[in-house]
Design a protein around this ligand. Sequence first.
Ligand SMILES: [Zn+2]
Length: 327
Amino acid sequence: MVASKPESGILLIGLDIGGTQIKAACVNESGSVVDTRRLNTPASLIAFRQAVCGLLEELIASHANIRAVGIGCKGLINPHTSQVESLPGTLHYLEEQVLAQMLAPVLPTGTMIVADNDARVALAGEMFWGAACQCRNALMLTLGTGVGGAILSDGRILRGTTGAAGHMGHLTVDPEGTLCICGNRGCLETVFSARTIESQAFGAIHRGVDSRLLAHGSKVPTCAEVFDLARQGDAVASDIVRKATRVLGAAIAGLAFVLDPEKIILGGQISEAGDVLLEPLRAEITWRTRAFLRREIAVVRSQLIDPSGVIGAAALALEARSRTATA
Ligand SMILES: [Zn+2]
C-alpha cells in the first residue's frame, strides 16, 4: 500500500510477530492503515533483529509523524518490560529478549515501544475502534486453539503483578478435569477450545457413533465443521457444542460476578460460528447472572476487522500513550 500524503496527525506502528510472518502497519489515530509491510519470520535471532529493524527503518523513512510502536506477540510477554518470557515454537529464540531494547536503536528518540499478548492487543483494538468503544468495563475472549482473554476494568486494561492477568483460558472449571498445557487441571480451555472440540469429535468417530461426523472417515473434523454440523442439527455434534458452550457460559458468568462487565466481546476463529454459539451462550450467561446483576450482559462478536493484528497492536501503543497521559 502506498502512503497517502500529506499526512496530518500522529501515526503509530503496529507490529505483529507471528510464527510464519511478521507484519507491520502504519496506522493513524482513526484506526486506518496508511502503509503496510510484511516478511517471513526469520529462523534466527540475528536475522530477526536485522529484518525487523530494517522493516521499521523503512516505515520511519516514509512517514514523519510516527510517535509510538505497539507490538503483538504470541506466548507470554511481560507488558511492563516488553521481555518475551515464554515463546515455544519457531520464535523460541526470542525468549528472554526485551523487544523495546532490541528495536529502540532504529527508532527516533522518545518513540514509545510497548508489547503485549494477542488477546490484549485485540482488546486494545476494540477499545479504540471496535466493540469496546465508550466501554469502561468489558471482557474480551479469543476463542481459538486455546482461549485467550483480556479485561478492561474501570477504563484500564488489567495486567496484574507479572503481566499474566486475564488468562481466562486457565480458569479452573473442573477440579478433577484433564491436565492443561499450563500445568493445572480442568482449565476452561481443556473443555472449550478448538483442540478440545476436535478431540471430542475424534472420540465420537472412534466410538463409531451414528453421526455425520463419520462422513469425515479417518480425518478428524475441524472445530468449524463440528459447529457447522451442530447448526445442521446433527445430534452428536450438537451435544459436543452444547456441553462445551455450557461450561464457557458458566465460566463467563462467574467472571461477570467478579468484574461486572458491560459487555463480553468474543474474537478468534470459533466466534465465527455465529448464532449456534452465541444464542446458547447468551442464555447460559443470562440465567446464571440476571437475578443478581439485574441486567442482561451484552455478548457480541469483535467488530474490528484486523485479521493480521496490526491495527490492534497500533491501538496498544495508543492505549499506552493515554495511560501515560493520565498517570
Ligand atoms: Zn491451563
